[in-house]
Ligand binder design. Structure first.
Ligand code: UD1
Length: 338
């Protein structure tokens, strides 16, 4: 079975392509390389021994996307990762985010509709919940007003998929990621942030290796045991495996409704200081950090209730925080040696 993976050279996309191929799926990647590199295709081949198909295509281009679907008749489904994801940038350039993230989704759904392709797995985010009133957060928690245009695009995209599947033969699973970190064990693929990283782990490992002078811990006056903010960090390989389970479920008609959503987290929350402790303990590297003001737009704490994903999807994250740190550090060291 051949699966279209949009954004397949990106961080989560590339790890998912590896897992799909290792589970017998054929993959064709579509990516415009706006935040990734063509060499990732070579790396995927190095890991799996199979070269995925690849097309450099901007999915916001309606004609070119329609043409892609015409040329790829045998597709069994799609996993749609391709999107912009920098929260801060989305505040400065909201239209860019709406145009890119929503425009590409519409073109992909249109192509699937016109060519009778189903199902779709969509890359959503726990950001749709905002700061939840009840923790851990379940899939039934209300969708709160988005804190950024980026988060808003994920909410709108979920709604577009829900309304589209209602009147078409497409089935869907929306996967709400918590905080994906870490890298593939081979250290051949991982997160490749452009410029100064916004996210905690790439900033942390770049500080540890000496690219950055100091990690700023954003706030220690939150209502948490050590005062720093809490997130549910999940190993990217565990996350990638959930996509294979989701596509299997859809292709085997195991879904209970035309669109289903699942939280992808470990169910465990870690504070920023606990993450730093785990990194130092696992790698033996001392980290330079200081406490600074809170970052605007950050929520205090969020972690997943994974009961539904565990029981209904039949998937469970296996790797713990130390393993996430170890693989993130191995990846940073590999980057330094390249
Ligand atoms: C954010 C988005 C999320 C998005 C993800 C990926 C929000 C609410 N969440 O997650 O939707 O999918 O980015 O881009 O916008 N931290 C530091 N120092 C740093 C960097 C981060 O202390 O230099 C702290 C943050 O305050 C936070 C934690 O580390 O408590 C994780 O931050 P980050 O990795 O940026 O992810 P989120 O903000 O949780």
């Amino acid at each position: 079975m051949k699966i279209l993976v949009t954004g397949g050279t990106g961080y989560i996309g590339s790890h998912t392509v590896v897992e799909l191929q290792q589970n017998g799926y054929e993959v064709v990647i579509v990516d415009n390389l706006s935040n990734s590199h063509a060499e990732v295709v070579d790396r995927i081949e190095e890991i799996t021994g199979i070269r995925p198909g690849f097309e450099n295509l901007d999915l916001t281009n309606t004609e070119k996307t329609a043409d892609f679907f015409k040329r790829h008749k045998g597709l069994s489904g799609a996993i749609h990762f391709a999107a912009l994801k920098a929260v801060g940038e989305s505040v400065d350039k909201p239209l860019l985010y709406y145009k890119n993230n929503i425009g590409s989704l519409i073109n992909v759904l249109q192509g699937m509709n016109d060519n009778n392709i189903s199902p779709i797995v969509f890359s959503s985010s726990c950001t749709v919940y905002g700061q939840p009133d009840i923790l851990p957060v379940t899939e039934k928690a209300p969708i709160k007003k988005a804190l950024s245009p980026y988060g808003h695009t994920k909410q709108i995209a979920e709604e577009i998929i829900e309304t589209t599947v209602a009147t078409s033969s497409i089935k869907a699973i929306l996967l709400r990621y918590f905080n994906p970190i870490g890298a593939h064990e081979s250290a051949l693929i991982g997160e490749l942030p452009l410029g100064v990283p916004n996210n905690l782990i790439p900033f942390l490992t770049q500080t540890a290796i000496g690219i950055r002078e100091m990690l700023s811990v954003f706030g220690d006056d939150y209502n948490t045991p050590d005062g720093t903010a809490i997130r549910d960090y999940i190993h990217v390989v565990d996350l990638a495996k959930a996509h294979v389970v989701a596509i299997d479920r859809l292709l085997n008609n195991k879904g209970k409704s035309k669109v289903e959503m699942f939280n992808l987290g470990t169910g465990n929350g870690f504070s920023v200081l606990e993450v730093i402790n785990s990194f130092e303990k696992t790698t033996g590297v001392k980290l330079n950090y200081k406490i600074v003001e809170r970052r605007a737009g950050d929520i205090e704490k969020v972690w997943a209730d994974t009961t539904f994903a565990n029981s209904e999807l039949g998937w469970k994250a296996e790797k713990g925080i130390d393993e996430m740190m170890r693989s993130a550090w191995k990846w940073e060291l590999a980057l330094a040696n390249n």
